[in-house]
Design a binder for this molecule. Structure first.
Ligand code: ADP
Ligand code: MG
Length: 738
């Protein structure tokens, strides 16, 4: 049977329509993979005290009482049945359906579905859908196949499609699903003692015992991990098949001169990663490596060393940043670190020197043209720009290495970088950097086709950042003290960041488009009854007139032009600036990578509006020089709320990996993967990346072995088909989100 066949070819048109509209189920496979949410046990009724008002529920319960009474103010009758789990009860109400008396008799058991409401302190379902179990179900006198099993599957249902309608449709589809081709090859299945696909689907939909369910879930979960890992293994194999130029300089005068200039010792982690990169780039297929490390762990220096190495080998390197602000900053810090080594062609510059080009969208044409020329001739050994650099097809003399910093769309940009070609058609080596620590299992799931290096230690002597939660309404004196402290920092010659969730106070001036404010809260904040979050413009004006009057306050947000942003950042970061900015009120545009050694304090206003990882990133903006940092998380949230819990967690540790693991636990699965990469999430139904590490590891090992032995999967048509479907789905999801 064709798993990709439309449901309308197997089921009635109306049913197929309802499944599509109600639950988005299109194909036979969609339905077969629509697994029960849980199982009701025949003897065991649903615990009714767990129901909450507003929930859409399906419960198994027994009718304990029925009444019919006339309506009070109108003609007609109300039929009410009380159903019970033995301890608690809820009522079912039907208007003008007196005939229900004949169906819902005391003692009958059944499944009841509807939205939970409340009427006079009593929970109720109004006009619920229901399906009664055959009479005498508890006497064991039942033979019908339908209820032969002790477990009744309860499906994720919708208003228009009930759990038992799903069950009936599945009965039809399962009947014809007798010998499904199995995407897991026999050998792999045997090795891990897994059920075959057909058995697993029958068992998960029609189990006779809890053990059936467990074995089915085990197999289907493994399959999800396995097919995904096969996709990653194939991607990896594809990269390995691409040609790249070995970049092994005979001597490294530029890199040596740079190392000699460095005012600090590399950490052992930095040395190890540099070594791994050198080895990668000495191969004739492209490096494809992710370098992750907490903010301030020294990734940029490692990347710069790799870039200098390829320059020594006669090639060029491109560094791509997600925003113009960051590109400009990278340019400044790289030219700063290189000093005269970046001044090739200038009188008196060392012979080994190279040139660093900056390409931004806001550049003037003449300037841009001259930079493009330097890139084309190869005079510019290092080119810094935004991620658009790759799409714009800038002509390089010999592009050897692409470094992608803080990708916005993981995976996508990294793959785009690989498609860039150098002159002879070979591909550049690619190094991706991220300061968002990615838990191991997520890395394996999302970056399973990439080598991952991690910088775990911060350079020695790094100043500490202490973090405190300031509860605005409970501790007004602390708030006052906080701004006083900000003033003291400025007076001492330091810089202060103030971060707000919003740009302005107009309705359309919501959050930055980076999703920094949880959906539904960005505009009015009425959803949870809170007042609207602080805005950059509003707060900057208030501080200028009040708490921070007399200080030089600047603002920064995503709606400003690249030029303006750059100007503001320069005035804030440069201690020698003519018209300095001392306090920068900003949105999260400062989140990644911004390096201002003089910044000693960051105040995050309405901090509860941000996620854990984001707060950690923001905190990383201070304590970057020798000076200790202070991070204040201001909040008006309820001390008992989950958001306060998040803030306390951030205040309690500076370990980015611990926080990212916590973040993973606290968020829903889809959000985690969704935020890292589009797609992928819809294919994972049973696999939870945070919980099933050993499944992922085992599946990964098997998948890589299968692909190594048979890269085209020619011996497993079913696996090949599953891979095709997964990739198609991922692309569809991606297009939908783009
Ligand atoms: P990241 O990019 O990982 O956030 P950076 O490379 O920007 O970190 O490094 C943060 C700061 O630490 C920079 O000012 C950098 O010059 C400095 N730094 C990097 N490596 C070391 C080291 N081994 N010892 C001391 N300082 C270092
Ligand atoms: Mg950096």
């Amino acid at each position: 049977m064709d798993l990709q066949a439309k449901l309308s070819t197997v089921l009635g048109g109306r049913t197929a329509d309802a499944l599509r509209k109600g639950l988005g189920l299109l194909t036979v496979e969609d339905l077969l993979r629509h697994y029960p949410r849980r199982y009701a046990e025949r003897g065991e009724l649903t615990e009714l005290d767990t129901l909450r008002v507003g929930e859409q529920v399906t419960v198994l319960a027994e009718v304990t009482k029925v009444t019919v009474r006339p309506m009070r103010n109108r003609r007609g009758s109300i039929f009410e049945a009380v159903i019970s789990d033995g301890r608690n009860s809820i009522s079912l109400t039907f208007f003008n359906q007196k005939w229900r008396e004949g169906q819902l008799k005391v003692g009958r058991r059944g499944l009841f579905a509807g939205q939970v409401g409340r009427f006079r302190e009593q929970l109720q379902l109004t006009h619920p859908e229901f399906e009664l179990l055959p009479e005498g179900v508890d006497d064991g006198g039942l033979s019908a196949l339908e209820f032969a099993g002790a477990l009744i599957p309860i499906y994720p249902a919708s208003k228009s499609v009930t759990s038992w309608q799903l069950k009936k449709s599945l009965d039809i589809v399962l009947e014809s699903a007798r010998e499904l081709p199995d995407p897991i090859p026999d050998a792999v299945r045997d090795e891990h003692g897994l059920l075959g696909l057909t058995d697993a689907l029958w068992s998960i939909h029609r189990p006779t015992s809890r053990d059936d369910v467990r074995r089915a879930v085990e197999r289907l979960r493994f399959e999800e991990a396995f097919v995904l890992q096969v996709v990653l293994a194939q991607r990896r194999a594809e990269v390995m098949a691409l040609p790249a130029t070995r970049r092994v300089p005979e001597t490294s005068p530029l890199l040596d001169a740079f190392d000699a200039r460095l005012p600090f010792e590399l950490t052992s982690g930095q040395r190890e990663v540099s070594q791994a990169i050198d080895e990668d780039m000495a191969r004739d297929h492209p490096m494809h490596r992710l370098l992750q490390g907490d903010v301030g762990s020294g990734k940029t220096v490692v990347a710069l060393r790799a870039m200098l190495r390829v320059v020594d080998a006669g090639g060029q390197a491109a560094l791509l940043a997600p925003t113009e602000v960051l590109a400009a900053q990278h340019y400044r810090s790289i030219t700063g670190l290189l000093g005269p080594l970046a001044e090739r062609g200038r009188l008196g510059s060392p012979e080994v020197a190279t040139q660093v080009a900056l390409l931004t969208g806001s550049q003037r044409t003449a300037q841009r043209r001259s930079e493009l020329l330097d890139i084309l001739t190869g005079d510019a050994g290092i080119v810094v720009g935004t991620h658009a650099l790759i799409q714009e097809k800038v002509d390089f003399n010999d592009l050897a290495l692409v470094v992608v910093d803080e990708q916005h769309r993981f995976g996508v940009e990294q793959r785009a970088a690989l498609t860039a070609k150098s002159r002879d058609g070979s591909r550049p080596h690619v190094l991706v950097m991220t300061a968002t620590p990615i838990p191991r299992t997520v890395a394996m799931t999302v970056f399973g086709d990439v080598d991952v290096s991690t910088l775990t230690e911060l350079p020695a002597g790094r100043a500490v950042v202490s973090t405190h939660v300031v509860a605005v309404s409970e501790q007004p004196a602390f708030v006052e003290r906080a701004w006083q402290r900000a003033r003291e920092e400025v007076v001492a010659g330091h810089r202060v960041f103030v971060v707000c969730p919003r740009i302005g106070d107009d309705v359309d001036e919501g959050a930055e488009d980076d999703g920094s404010v949880p959906a539904g809260e960005d505009d009015e904040g009425v959803a949870d009854g809170r007042s609207r979050a602080a805005s950059v413009r509003g707060l900057a004006a208030r501080l200028a007139d009040g708490e921070l009057s007399g200080l030089r306050i600047g603002t920064l947000h995503g709606r400003m032009t690249g030029e303006d942003k750059d100007d503001v950042m320069r005035r804030f970061a440069d201690p020698e600036a003519k018209d300095p900015i001392e306090v920068l009120v900003s949105t999260t545009v400062i989140e990644v990578g911004v390096d201002v050694p003089q910044a000693t304090m960051i105040v995050i206003v309405d901090a509860d509006r941000f996620g854990i990882s984001q707060l950690h990133q923001l905190r990383g903006r201070v304590g970057r020089g020798q000076l200790p940092g202070l991070c204040l998380l201001m909040t008006d949230s309820d001390p008992e709320s989950p958001s306060r819990e998040r803030l306390d967690a951030v205040a309690s540790t500076t370990d980015g990996f611990a926080l990212s693991a916590l973040d993973l636990e606290m968020r829903r699965e889809g959000d985690v993967l969704g935020s890292v990469q589009s797609g992928r999430r819809s294919s994972l139904r049973l696999l939870e990346v945070a919980r099933h590490e050993s499944v992922i590891l085992q599946a990964r090992e098997s998948a890589f072995a299968v692909v190594a032995a048979d890269p085209e999967l020619s011996t497993s048509p079913a696996l090949s088909e599953a891979v095709r479907v997964l990739i198609a789905q991922e692309q569809a999801d991606y297009l939908e989100r783009a």
